[in-house]
Ligand binder design. Structure first.
Ligand code: ZN
Length: 305
């Protein structure tokens, strides 16, 4: 069955549609133009999940009805800004003529996603599988889209700050199959800060626009996290960029983020790491490292153009 899009669309999509129509008519007028235009779109659909009672109380009734709370909007805005930055960089530093971004706010996902009999509430794999099924049930699988679930479970060790479903770990990895990824905002909000929430939302999304081959070309390592940076901005402060978030400090409780990530990392292979000795303050910037911009650009050229 062909994918069916939900009737909702973003301003950006509308502009894309208008842009496409303009491009088409320009081609018709030109007749037989020999130059082919290299285009690509970074498409992300964002789904809020259930939130804690405290989050309900801090927000208004309209948030409760829509299922979209301030924390979800902040996370989505961070993703949108990061993708726009990548698109701008890619247009200036690659063979691509035009890179479009589309970040859609989708209807919420509720607790019916998880089944009590499989304990999927506390299994990252089961949660990702259930989210994958939800995307297919909604008939919004498009082949090269990232579906980002903003989940809420502060005590889920297996999920941690988030994770991406395998084997469709990046969009385009499997023919006709999108990617599904989860950012656990319940964990980032409970244990860390809104700055970490923003960075993890970007981090989990960008995993789906990166593959080991492009990462290796940039940092000589096949691990996405090594694209990140930890830069000493003063004597005792390290500033961490999104792909290094949860991986920049020592592997111990409170080393950087409250919990350390469980994926691959090697500080010696990081795009830049100033060392965490004497670092008492950790700051999180949503600015992407040059290595991240370069690797995602290579990814777009290779897999999305
Ligand atoms: Zn990661």
């Amino acid at each position: 069955m062909p994918p069916i899009r939900t009737p909702s669309f973003t301003r950006r999509e509308l502009l894309t549609a208008v842009g496409s129509a303009t491009a088409l008519s320009a081609t018709n007028v030109a007749g037989s133009s020999e130059t082919s235009v290299q285009e690509a779109t970074l498409h992300v659909r964002v789904y809020p999940g259930p939130v804690s009672v405290f989050t309900w109380l801090r927000n208004g009734w309209s948030h409760f009805v829509s299922g979209w709370f301030d924390v979800h909007r902040d996370a989505m805005a961070a993703v949108e800004t990061a993708l726009e930055r990548i698109a701008t960089y890619a247009e200036a530093n690659s063979s691509l003529d035009h890179v479009e971004t589309s970040v859609e706010a989708c209807d919420p996902v509720d607790f019916s996603l998880v089944t009590p009999d499989s304990f999927s509430l506390f299994s990252q794999e089961a949660l990702l599988d259930a989210f994958h099924e939800e995307v297919h049930d909604r008939q919004v699988n498009m082949g090269s889209t990232c579906h980002l679930l903003l989940w809420w479970n502060a005590l889920n060790y297996d999920l941690g700050y988030g994770g991406t479903r395998a084997p469709n770990t990046h969009v385009g990895a499997l023919e006709g199959e999108d990617s599904q990824t989860i950012a656990n905002l319940g964990a980032t909000e409970a244990w860390d800060s809104r700055a970490v929430t923003r960075n993890i939302a970007i981090h989990e999304t960008l995993h789906t626009f990166l593959s080991p081959d492009v990462v290796e070309e940039v940092v000589d390592s096949r691990c996405d996290h090594n694209l990140g940076t930890a830069v000493r901005v003063d004597e005792d402060t390290l500033e961490v960029s999104p792909m290094a978030t949860a991986y920049a400090g020592p592997d111990e409780y409170g080393g950087g983020t409250r919990w350390h990530g469980t994926g691959c990392y090697d500080h010696d292979s990081f795009a830049h790491h100033d060392g965490y000795e004497d670092a008492e303050n950790w700051e999180y910037t949503t600015e992407l490292s040059d290595a991240t911009l370069e690797a995602t650009t290579l990814y777009i050229e290779r897999y999305l153009a």
